[in-house]
Design a protein around this ligand. Structure first.
Ligand SMILES: NC(=O)c1ccc[n+]([C@@H]2O[C@H](COP(=O)([O-])OP(=O)(O)OC[C@H]3O[C@@H](n4cnc5c(N)ncnc54)[C@H](OP(=O)(O)O)[C@@H]3O)[C@@H](O)[C@H]2O)c1
Length: 247
């Protein structure tokens, strides 16, 4: 799949799934506007090449999202793809969760999708563009003490269907729901256990595919959904889970 002469925005590009998508789209020839909060990891991304722009900032801020679209238009004159991979866990049983953690998690995982797409969709419409949101199997399955995460991810399939209806045929909008993928976020989710490595191994052993996901497993689906090969796919939630939801 080639993305030569295309331009993509990727949030959450400084780590894990977003970084894997950024590397793959770069190798496939796309111009990139990348976002994350960590300036050091952002600087490393800029070293990928001249067609890579890193815009540091917090996706919870509406102005940052506007800036990402402006950067794409100013530097490359068009926007073809948007991948929303920024996300946070916000773990905590509902009665113990702070109001701030609830609001932060909803803002990062859900409201930021609105902020970015609000600005990106007019540009995407000119290009028959495509959007991929990284959701989670937490939209479909409860995990212990993840109420803010499950609620924020659970709203995404409804939003994706709504946007597919409102913006087809000029923009395709899909999401991916991964299960456990080996990234810093997954490691954080088991940090509170006495033996986190054992928990991860048990999780892997319990999956039909007998291993945790790798960022590349999700990237493969992102590239497919962004490409013309997925030209009749919109409003979908693609589960990429090593069989987790079958267990
Ligand atoms: N790993 C899994 O098992 C799993 C499973 C299902 C779904 N997911 C979803 O996959 C997506 C990517 O997660 P990951 O596993 O790749 O985690 P990760 O390695 O921890 O990466 C998270 C990324 O999100 C960025 N980010 C978080 N909050 C942000 C904010 N407020 N503003 C800007 N950037 C922000 C981080 O950037 P900085 O650190 O630079 O701020 C980082 O680049 C998330 O939406 C997550 O919910 C992951």
């Amino acid at each position: 799949m080639t993305f030569k002469n295309k331009t993509a925005i990727i949030t959450g590009a400084t780590s894990g799934i977003g970084r894997s998508v950024a590397q793959a789209l770069h190798q496939s020839g796309s111009n990139l506007i990348l976002n994350g909060r960590d300036a050091t990891r952002g600087k490393e991304l800029k070293e990928l090449g001249p067609q890579v722009i890193f815009e540091q900032g917090d996706v919870k801020e509406p102005q940052l999202n506007q800036r990402l679209v402006d950067k794409a238009m100013e530097n490359f004159g068009q926007l073809d793809s948007v991948v929303l991979a920024a996300g946070q866990l916000g773990i905590g049983r509902l009665d113990q969760l702070s109001i701030e953690d609830w609001q932060d998690t909803i803002a990062t995982n859900l409201s930021a999708v609105f902020y970015l797409l609000k600005h990106a969709i007019p540009a995407l419409q000119k290009q028959s563009g495509s959007v991929v949101i990284i959701g989670s199997v937490a939209a479909l399955h409860a995990f212990p003490e993840h109420p803010a995460y499950t609620a924020s991810k659970g709203a995404l399939p409804a939003l994706v269907k709504q946007l597919a209806r409102d913006y087809g045929p000029s923009v395709r909008i899909n999401m991916i729901s991964p299960a456990q993928v080996l990234t810093p976020l997954l490691k954080d989710s088991v940090r509170a256990f006495e033996h986190p490595e054992t928990i991860l191994q048990e999780t892997a052993d319990g999956l039909p595919m007998k291993r945790l996901g790798l960022p590349q497993d999700i990237t493969n689906m992102v590239l497919y959904l962004l490409s013309d090969k997925a030209g009749w796919i919109t409003g979908s939630n693609m589960v990429v889970d090593g069989g987790f939801l079958s267990t």
